[in-house]
Ligand binder design. Sequence first.
Ligand code: PRX
Length: 665
Amino acid sequence: MSNRIESVLQENRVFPPSEAVRAKAAISGMEAYQSLCQEAEGNYEAYWARLAREHLVWQQPFSQTLDESEAPFYKWFADGKLNVSYNCLDLNVQAGLGDKVAIIFEADNGQVSRVTYKELLARTCRFANALKAQGIRKGDRVIIYLPMSVEGVVAMQACARIGAIHSVVFGGFSAKSLEERILDAGAVAVITADEQCRGGKAIPLKPAVDEGIALAAAAPGGCPAKSVIVYKRTGGACAMEAGRDLWWHELEAAQSDVCEPEWVEAEHPLFLLYTSGSTGKPKGVQHSSAGYLLHAKLTTLWTFDVKPDDVFWCTADIGWVTGHTYITYGPLACGATEIVFEGVPTYPDAGRFWKMIQDHKVNIFYTAPTAIRSLIKAGEVTPATHPRNYDLSSLRILGSVGEPINPEAWMWYYQNVGGARCPIVDTFWQTETGGHMITPLPGVTPLVPGSCTLPFPGIMAAIVDEAGHDVEWGKGGFLVVKKPWPSMIRTIWGDPERFKKSYYPEDLGGRLYLAGDGAVRDAKTGYFTIMGRIDDVLNVSGHRLGTMEVESALVANSIVAEAAVVGRPDDVTGEAICAFVVLKQARPYGDDAKRIAEELRNWVAKEIGPIAKPRDIRFGENLPKTRSGKIMRRLLRSLAKGEDITQDVSTLENPAILEQLKEAA
Ligand code: PRX
């Protein structure tokens, strides 16, 4: 990480917007950007109120913009009413876009199907009616555990239509993770599929739901989820429990194409999305309806500069916030045509993304640095999959999200994918922020590889020290947001105290949103560079994981006495998980150690999901601890990187242990 930051800080390549991009952009030129920022600074509430009136359609207009009376539990547009799915679907049909393609779905096996706005609305209504027929009502929580599919989008939109609160769980998470989320959210139903198709394989999905529900049933009060709706993706073997499990297609067939939207208050929760924090328990980030949708739409328009004829492609999974904002809500709220891709970037070969851009004439492409870095490598190994072999001339704008992009990967993306013609918007944001926070705008911002540049207009980002005071440009500190914004997290589901402690800590005065990232502003330009998390959160391939979460999973195994987890830099995944483990039995060696390490990796995959599997596992008779018994994580991080230990180890209870922990099993 430190190498990356040095290279960004020394970066002197600057790429101003081309005339072609600037001329057509929604926000065109630095003056236009500055005038928006000044409008927001001059009258913050009036700025957001104007945008909320211009970009959203309200069933009942709001009269108060921001209510700070219970800060930091802010309320936006509170007495207004609207419906998110109405704003995304009905409005486009009413505007004459009914026959426009909303979703181009490409399956893992390459099969392509198209869904128009009219069809998407009808399917959403049918499914919304089906949910209602199951007794699901406004405010009920519904878990969605689906592969990338049109059905995934329909399920989310249908919940929004009836005011049910969805909580999407990424298909790579385990039964145990499902259980935790079902219980924490008090979900009344789970929507899933028989199987998912990835990389040419069909992978069962439903068994994890059965197991998750069985685990939840053992909890005090039992399992709140009484129905399971199953989308038949492959028709593979799928056990159905009578009285609980229902087929999606059967339910849908019985329903009408019309479903009156449930008009909900602006602050009505649209969704919960669980994400990792610095404790072992994932937190249910709660988002609002109106404020969230406003930012989803606005950022899609301004950051991606989506135009009516564009084909937009965000490669994220709907299980992550990026898929929520830039697949299910933002592009549809703009009436765009978007791609939903079921498969993986490396199947049938590592040219899949480039071929799809060529086939569907994609104009705007949004992906993660990990994907870019792995495709750079793949293109070197199998030159036929290099982007130069594809016609990528349709591309106009590229985006990056989820983790820092190193300048080398940035340059490769810019030159080889974007043909040195397409601006890259390096968008910094988080599950909690709902949409982009710091990002270039394509027609405005001169780009510097590795920097997410400047705040989105209206986002009051700053860098402060431990006491909450501004630091000078050029000096590092904590990234904060000084004022509430419409799409911000509202609370942590069921745990308002944790919300306050995590995001509005008293040390900083209780009124600054603490992002949890370190950052620095360029001394001359004021451009922001993100330096990585300041808490115990790891970022592996753009996926957020808590070190404590992985540690709890490891110690839940009966052979493990103690475990400590840290991240180490990795060329492709950004960070890799390195676990230091003490077993209850004697420290294993050689093949024994390898076998146990593999067992533990699989165990973590079962407890959390395959993304949480530690890359390295190192066994010791103990962990390096101070005399007061605190694990010295700084030392572990150095060991994980393979660095020589230069730190003072005199306070260490057991210095001899360091030698044991140098090698992975
Ligand atoms: O550390 C930052 C990193 O990802 C974290 C948020 O993760 P998550 O909530 O899973 O959301 C990811 C998708 C929005 C941040 O705290 N991060 C996200 N985008 C960037 C980034 N780091 C550097 N540059 C980015 N563009």
